[in-house]
Design a protein around this ligand. Structure first.
Ligand SMILES: N[C@@H](CCC(=O)N[C@@H](CS)C(=O)NCC(=O)O)C(=O)O
Length: 200
């Protein structure tokens, strides 16, 4: 059985959401960042990690890609080299373009020692807004990132959307807002959150 390692409500939700979508049984090993437990799974001390037997994998986008490809029959990955490349393109876009401004703002507002904080509100809002424009164009009139099926790309993008809404980043695109509404309404995400809450 898979084990998702990390703290409820963190990027670990990307992993529990994927596992729920795939219908895979899993446990949760609760661990906060930089604790002894977390460092056992990830030398950086960052969460989440996935344990699959004797295989330990870190970094949420890689974990989502691994699970999608391992359970290819569920259609959450790519059927051929081009589709797999396109999925990776979406995963990298989600992390490097959408997540980066969210994460930078959080770090500079709350997480870094006070003497290392800088005012990043304006540039993170501007950069995030610009990439929402990119997302709108890339999505076009598709329901999901890869077309008419829900994939690992939507888990990463949707999680960034949830984070952005929680952190009150402005999303000035009806199409992107409708897309985030669609993916965040997935019953699998609600199940993942309920399971994380049970593990608290
Ligand atoms: N690239 C990693 C980033 C992981 C990450 O930064 N996780 C946060 C919690 S959601 C963390 O552990 N932060 C601790 C730190 O930045 O020192 C991933 O996507 O899994």
């Amino acid at each position: 059985m898979y084990q998702a390692v990390g703290a409820p409500g963190s990027r670990m939700t990307r992993i529990t959401w994927m596992l729920e979508e795939l219908g895979q049984p899993y446990g949760i090993v609760k661990a906060k960042q930089h604790t002894e437990t977390m460092v056992r799974y990830n030398p950086s001390g960052k969460m989440p990690a996935l344990v699959d037997g004797d295989f330990v994998l870190t970094d949420s986008a890689a974990i989502c890609s691994y699970l999608a490809n391992k359970h290819a029959e569920k259609g959450m990955g790519g059927a051929d080299a081009r589709e797999r490349a396109m999925l990776l393109s979406w995963l990298f876009f989600a992390q490097s373009e959408l997540e980066a401004p969210l994460w930078n703002k959080l770090k500079h507002r709350l997480l870094l020692p006070e003497d290392q904080r800088a005012e990043v509100g304006a540039w993170t809002a501007a950069e995030f807004g610009r990439e929402i424009g990119t997302l709108e164009k890339r999505l076009g009139d598709r329901d999901y990132a890869m077309g008419d099926r829900f994939t690992a790309a939507d888990v990463l993008l949707g999680h960034c959307g949830q984070w952005a809404r929680g952190a009150r980043f402005e999303i000035r695109s009806d199409r992107v807002n409708a897309y985030f509404d669609r993916v965040l309404a997935r019953p699998a995400l609600a199940r993942a959150k309920a399971k994380e809450a049970e593990a608290q």
